[in-house]
Design a protein around this ligand. Structure first.
Ligand code: SPV
Ligand code: MG
Length: 294
């Protein structure tokens, strides 16, 4: 069995198993690798993270499918755990969704997630933009079906993301869309929400008849543990942007100290040693391998 199939099977097992799985949002290959070495189950290739950290642009469909795929491939190459790639709205219309499925599948990615925000999308957590229209449900279901029909392997995972609660369209709309996307062939449903009280999600979960595993991104309801969210009905929890935010804070603190102290030693106690960085990318092993070759 090739590596891509193994990772896809791992993801499918995680989505259907007795225990919840936790995916960590990563913005580059090293943040992804560190998530694996700390024992997490999967890596979420965050569109927010890649836009911000690799391109310094807003999460607003500015990066292209090829840029997003290249980021996902760099992460996937560093990992033994599965990658779930955030593919925004599939980078355009129905034909773009089909091409996205084909390209990500061909590249060996375990799974993708496609949301029902119009192109150009806006990050769902952005508070300055609370009222938004979504792609009509029937059209999004058509795109999901077309994407699923385009996939060649049985194992590749397609997660459909419902933005009804984010866009202010309410629980009934979320239920209708989740059902339509599941019937269109989605392997799992991501119900996004920024409701801190979990009121809307609780309303959704009370009415959801089941049939596809549910995925949560608890950035704005961060007080619930993975186990608590699992008990409520979620199978996969994505901690989407904590590594990016940790990195930004650490870099800012380091820059402030360097600007004031004007010498490298001022930050030595709060940064990783150079040898630790060498170890992260197995530098010793590489040099030993070079020396072995006659
Ligand atoms: C991302 O990490 O890019 C996501 C999750 O899509 S969110 O930022 O909450 O929309
Ligand atoms: Mg995103």
């Amino acid at each position: 069995m090739n590596k891509a199939t193994k990772k896809r099977n791992l993801l499918r097992e995680g989505l259907t198993g007795p225990k919840p799985i936790t995916a960590i949002g990563a913005h580059d290959a090293m943040s992804a690798q560190m998530a694996e070495s700390h024992g997490f189950d999967a890596v979420w290739v965050s569109g927010f993270g890649v836009s911000t950290m690799a391109h310094a642009v807003p999460d607003a469909n500015l990066i292209t499918m090829t840029e997003a795929l290249a980021a996902a491939q760099r992460m996937d190459a560093a990992l033994n755990i599965p990658v779930v790639a955030d593919c925004d709205n599939g980078f355009g219309g129905l034909a773009n969704v089909i091409r996205t499925v084909k390209e990500y599948e061909r590249a060996g990615i375990a799974g993708i997630c496609i949301e029902d925000n119009h192109f150009p999308k806006r990050n769902s957590l952005y508070l300055g933009d609370s009222k938004r229209e979504l792609i009509p449900m029937e059209e999004q279901a058509r795109r999901i079906k077309a994407g699923k029909d385009a996939q060649e392997s049985d194992e590749f995972v397609f997660i459909a993301r419902v933005e009804s609660l984010i866009a202010g369209h309410g629980v009934d709309d979320a239920l209708r869309r989740a059902d339509a996307y599941m019937k269109a062939g989605a392997d799992a449903i991501l119900i996004h929400s920024k409701d801190k009280t979990l009121g809307q999600i609780t309303g959704f979960l009370a009415e959801w008849p089941g049939g596809a595993p549910l995925v949560a991104v608890p950035t704005l309801f961060p007080d619930f543990t993975v186990e608590q969210l699992h008990e409520k009905g979620f199978q996969m929890i994505i901690l989407a942007n904590q590594l990016m935010r940790a990195s930004v804070k650490a870099m800012e603190e380091t820059l402030v100290t360097l600007k004031t102290a004007r010498k490298a030693a001022a930050v030595d106690g709060s940064i990783a040693p150079v040898n630790y960085i060498f170890d992260l990318v197995k530098t010793k092993e590489l040099i030993a391998l070079e020396d072995q070759v006659k």
